[in-house]
Design a protein around this ligand. Structure first.
Ligand code: SME
Length: 159
C-alpha cells in the first residue's frame, strides 16, 4: 500500500486520472469498508482541497453520516430530504451549482456553495451516497461526475 499519494497533473481531470488508480490500489486489498471510505474521503480532499468530502450510509430508513473529511455535519438525513436524500430517493447523481437555490438543501455549513452527490448502488439499491461540497460556486461538472462515479462503482460491491 502506498503511504503517500502522488498528486500530479494540472487540470482537475489530469489530477483525477493520477489519483483514481492510487485510490483503487489503496483499497482493493483492504476489506474494511469504513477504513476504505475514510481513505477515499481523505484522498479527494487532499488532492482537490474540497471543503467537505464524505459518505452517508443507508441504515434502515435514514442516511447516517459515515467517514468524512471536513467540518462536523448533520448526522441523519431522511429519504427525499436535501441533496443527499434526493439522490438516495432517485438513485441519480445531482450536481448543484448553487446550493442556495436548491429547495430543501441542508446547510451543514454556510461556507458550502456548490455540491455533487453520487449514489453508490449495489444490486439495484442505493446503499450510500458520496457527497462533495465546495466553498466555490459552480465548482462541479461532468468531469467530477465521471470520476466520482468510477469510484462509486469500484466500491459498490463492498456495500
Ligand atoms: N448539503 C447536504 C447535507 C450534507 S452536508 O453538506 C455535509 C444535503 O443537502 O443533503
Amino acid at each position: 500500500m502506498a503511504d503517500e499519494l502522488i498528486l500530479d497533473g494540472e487540470t482537475r481531470e489530469q489530477k483525477y486520472q493520477t489519483l483514481i488508480p492510487q485510490i483503487k490500489a489503496l483499497i482493493e486489498d483492504e476489506p474494511d469498508l469504513v477504513a476504505n471510505c475514510a481513505n477515499i474521503a481523505a484522498a479527494l480532499r487532499q488532492t482537490f482541497g474540497f471543503f467537505w468530502v464524505g459518505f452517508y450510509f443507508v441504515k434502515d430508513d435514514e442516511l447516517v453520516l459515515g467517514p468524512f473529511q471536513g467540518d462536523i455535519a448533520c448526522t441523519r438525513i431522511a429519504k427525499g430530504r436535501g441533496v443527499c436524500g434526493t439522490v438516495w430517493q432517485n438513485g441519480e447523481t445531482l450536481i448543484v451549482p448553487d446550493v442556495n437555490n436548491f429547495p430543501g438543501h441542508i446547510a451543514c455549513s454556510a461556507a458550502s456553495q456548490s455540491e455533487i452527490v453520487v449514489p453508490i448502488i449495489n444490486q439495484g439499491q442505493v446503499r450510500s451516497v458520496l457527497d462533495v461540497d465546495s466553498d466555490k460556486l459552480d465548482d462541479f461538472n461532468d468531469i467530477d461526475q465521471k470520476y466520482l462515479t468510477e469510484l462509486a462503482v469500484f466500491i459498490a460491491d463492498r456495500f
